[in-house]
Design a protein around this ligand. Sequence first.
Ligand code: PEP
Ligand code: MN
Length: 453
Amino acid sequence: MKEPNIAADPAVLKGLDNYRTLTAAQQPTWTDAAKLQAARDELAVLPPLVFAGEVDTLRTRLAAAAEGKAFLLQGGDCAETFVDATADRIRNRVKTILQMAVVLMYGASMPVVKMGRMAGQFAKPRSSDTETRGDVTLPAYRGDAVNGYDFTSEARATDPNRMVRAYHTSASTLNLIRAFTTGGFADLRSVHEWNKGFTDNPANIRYEQLAAEIDRAIKFMDACGADFDSLKATEFYVSHEALLFDYERPMTRIDSRTGNPYATSGHFLWVGERTRNIDGAHVDFMSRIRNPIGVKLGPSTEVADVMALIEKLDPNREPGRLTFITRMGAGQIRDKLPKLVEAVKASDAKPLWITDPMHGNGMTTKNGYKSRRFDDVMDEVAGFFEVHRNAGTFPGGIHIELTGDDVAECLGGSEMIDEKTLESRYESLCDPRLNHMQSLELAFLVSEALAKR
Ligand code: PEP
Ligand code: MN
């Protein structure tokens, strides 16, 4: 049988380029137009990183989450870096997400959709175009896909070739993720074994019981003759903020089976709090791709903004298409979220609601570190569950900045990380992440909340 090969519709291609006529916030100032064009041309012919069929499957998984029949766990670095795309670090992050997923799956008694902020999270929006240290002012660091982090004018100069390197780094990251999640590493039984180590920390006695319960459940399944071979592999999706048009547009391809455009840079893309303007270039571009997409919603979000985003991004009310990622801050979520949730509930839209308890809870420590308190993170998650319980809607997932490594960037948790400890183990180039232990602790706490849901 001949494969269908639907040619690109010129109107679809024109639509994909419509962003050029609109205001595009947070774009780098590239200085070499010829180099930029060469990088775009190169990206446009490199193979897709993800495939339309996978993206479509993810949409059905997210549709289940929006209906309260699955739970989304999305996590990873604030900003991935080229130097940290090593086997060990990628493995540790995947491992952390798999461990959290088992704990959440047990608490929720439902499938957990696993998604990394990985294999593409190389571009960052910044609150200022420049950074000043002492009497030196240089362009701000905008992520490894744009410029370098070192505080020198050479490093901070933009280089379009970095986008090509971001592509290749994403490809090798994704290759390792695919190997880890299908090659036996993700076996349910070994993931559970890892979690047992977590309970060695005496502060975590209360979780020992949960780990023991999971253990009994696994033994019970085994005794029933459950097919553990089928549990050796797991689906794992990748996502990032769709920020750079010069990366996303060349990576968007027409699916030859359907003629539809898909962003092939990742399964799921989101628009950030700073670029979600309804008339802006980002929302227009996202409205034209078939991928499931997310929008971050901060505390200034009005009901009218949410309704306009739904009309523009999900006019057909397609299950799984649209995810709202709320990041209100622990102090504001109980005030700001209810009106949004109630308005959407009263409409015909069924977006997936997930919580990002990180970005509304930033603070600077006395010794000068950008940090977040673990207790604030947990309080925002608790507020998110409360709001949805009161509204009768589904708290469908969590979006976390985390690493699998033993860093000290967020304060608190059972290891009681304090301001002084940040001085020795702070590695993030951008926002502070939960470390391995804090991530697991969060999973145990969310699992308890899900069991009560
Ligand atoms: C981020 O996710 O790293 C980020 C910048 O988030 P927000 O758009 O919510 O500020
Ligand atoms: Mn961040």
